[in-house]
Design a protein around this ligand. Structure first.
Ligand code: SAM
Ligand code: SF4
Length: 384
C-alpha cells in the first residue's frame, strides 16, 4: 500500500525550474515573504520533480515551525440540522433525502469522555448552522459539562452573533473554525443563495478574534468556477486575517446538491472534465504545501476529504505540510447522515478502530502523535 516515494519524504530540495526554486527558497526564510503572484506560481506546479520539491520544501518548513508530531482532535458531528443552503453541501437545508438528527448533550459528553480517555487532548464539535437562544444554551451546557476533562475544545458551528461567540468562549471553548469557503466575494455569491453573506462571514471571523479565540478558517479547492488566482488570493487572505489554524480541503461534488455534477468546470483543475480523484487530491495537497510555505507556524488540518479521495490522502496531507488530524469519534449510527460529499470514509468504523488504524498510518510516515496535548496553534502562542 505504501508508494515508492511519498511527497516530502526526503526533506531535501530537488532540482527544479530555477525561478520556482528561488521562490521556494524565499518563502522558507520567513512567513509571508512571497507575493500573491509567487504564491500562484507555486500553486500552478502540477507534476514532476517540481511538485516533489514543493512538498519537500513545505515539509521542511513544517518540521521547523511546528514540528513533526501530529495533533489529534476528536471530531463530533453533533447534528445535521442546518438553516443554510450552501449549494455544494450534502446536508443543506433543501436536501430532503437526508435523515436529520441532533445528538443529545449526554451523547456529546460521552464522545468528549472517549476523547479524553483515548488521550486525544482536544475535541471539535461541528454541526449545521443553527441560531437562537435554545441552541446557544445547549452548547453552553455541553461545554460546562466537559470542562473538567481538560480538553482543548474547538467549535465549528457556523455564523453566530459576537455575543454568542463570547458566551461559548466564556463556557470553555478555545478555538473556532469558520471557513470563508472562498475569499472571492463574487465566486461566493455564485456558490450560495442570495441570503448568504460573504461580508457577514468575514465579520464573524473578526468577532471571533475579538472574543479571544484561536481562529481557524479555510476554503474548498477545486470549486466550480474557481481559478488558481482565486486560490492564491485565498492563501494571502489567510495571512491578512492572521488565521491561527487552517482547515481546508478539496471540493467533492455531492449528487443531491445543485453543484453535484462532477463535470462542472473548475479552471483551477487543469485536467479534462470530469477531473479525477487524484487531480482533486493533488490540488488540495498543493494548497496545504503553499499555505505552509506562506504562513509557517499555523496549525493546518489534513482534512477528511483528502481520505475520501485516496486511502492514504491524510498521510499525504501530513507530508505536504499539515500537522493536525481529526479522527471521527461520532457514533457510527449518525455517520451516514452527515455526508457533506460523496465517498465519506470510515462510515462503519468505530472510533476505537480509527485510533488503531491512524496510529499505524502515522508511524509508517515517521511521525508521532502528540497524545494528551491540546495542540494549540504555535502562531496563536507566538502572537500572545
Ligand atoms: N455549518 C458549519 C459551517 O458551514 O461553517 C460547519 C459545518 S460545515 C459542514 C463544514 C465544512 O464542510 C464547510 O465549511 C465546507 O467547506 C465543507 N463542505 C461542505 N460541502 C462540501 C463538499 N461538497 N466538499 C468538500 N467540503 C465540503
Ligand atoms: Fe449548512 Fe455548513 Fe453545509 Fe452550509 S456548509 S449547508 S452552513 S452545514
Amino acid at each position: 500500500m505504501r508508494p515508492a516515494a511519498w511527497p516530502g519524504e526526503s526533506g531535501e530540495l530537488r532540482a527544479m525550474d530555477p525561478a520556482r526554486d528561488a521562490i521556494l527558497k524565499k518563502a522558507a526564510v520567513k512567513p509571508r515573504n512571497i507575493s500573491e503572484n509567487e504564491v500562484k506560481s507555486l500553486l500552478s506546479i502540477d507534476g514532476g520533480e517540481d511538485l516533489d520539491a514543493l512538498f519537500s520544501a513545505a515539509y521542511a518548513v513544517k518540521a521547523l515551525a511546528v514540528g513533526k508530531s501530529v495533533a489529534f482532535r476528536g471530531l463530533v458531528e453533533a447534528g445535521n440540522v442546518c438553516a443554510k443552503d450552501c449549494l455544494y453541501c450534502g446536508i443543506r437545508k433543501s436536501n430532503g433525502k437526508v435523515a436529520r438528527y441532533s445528538m443529545t448533550a449526554d451523547e456529546i459528553v460521552a464522545c468528549a469522555e472517549f476523547a479524553a480517555r483515548e488521550g486525544y487532548g482536544s475535541l471539535v464539535i461541528q454541526s449545521g448552522e443553527i441560531e437562537g437562544e435554545a441552541h446557544t444554551r445547549f452548547i453552553e451546557d455541553v461545554l460546562g459539562r466537559i470542562h473538567h476533562l481538560g480538553l482543548g475544545v474547538t467549535l465549528s458551528l457556523g455564523e453566530q452573533t459576537e455575543e454568542v461567540y463570547a458566551r461559548w468562549k466564556a463556557a470553555g471553548a478555545a478555538r473556532y473554525l469558520l471557513r470563508i469557503e472562498t475569499s472571492n466575494p463574487e465566486l461566493y455569491a455564485r456558490l450560495h443563495p442570495a441570503s448568504h453573506s460573504w461580508e457577514r462571514r468575514v465579520e464573524c471571523l473578526r468577532a471571533l478574534r475579538r472574543c479571544g479565540y484561536q481562529v481557524g478558517t479555510g476554503v474548498m479547492a477545486g470549486l466550480p468556477g474557481q481559478t488558481l488566482t482565486d486560490l492564491a488570493r485565498d492563501i494571502v487572505f489567510f495571512g491578512e486575517i492572521d488565521a491561527d489554524m487552517i482547515g481546508m480541503g478539496p471540493f467533492i461534488p455531492h449528487e443531491d446538491t445543485p453543484l453535484g455534477n462532477p463535470s462542472l468546470p473548475s479552471p483551477a483543475l487543469t485536467s479534462a472534465a470530469p477531473p479525477s480523484k487524484e487531480d482533486r487530491l493533488l490540488l488540495g495537497l498543493r494548497m496545504i504545501a503553499v499555505t505552509r510555505l506562506y504562513l509557517h507556524d499555523v496549525n493546518i488540518a489534513a482534512a477528511t476529504a483528502l481520505q475520501a479521495l485516496a486511502d492514504d490522502g491524510r498521510e499525504r496531507g501530513l507530508l505536504a505540510g499539515a500537522n493536525v488530524i481529526m479522527p471521527n469519534i461520532t457514533d457510527v449510527k449518525y455517520r451516514r447522515s452527515y455526508q457533506l460529499y460523496e465517498g465519506k470514509p470510515c462510515l462503519d468504523e468505530e472510533a476505537a478502530q480509527c485510533r488503531a488504524c491512524l496510529r499505524m498510518r502515522i508511524a509508517a510516515i515517521g511521525e508521532t502523535i502528540a497524545f494528551g496535548r491540546h495542540g494549540d496553534s504555535p502562531h496563536f502562542r507566538n502572537r500572545q
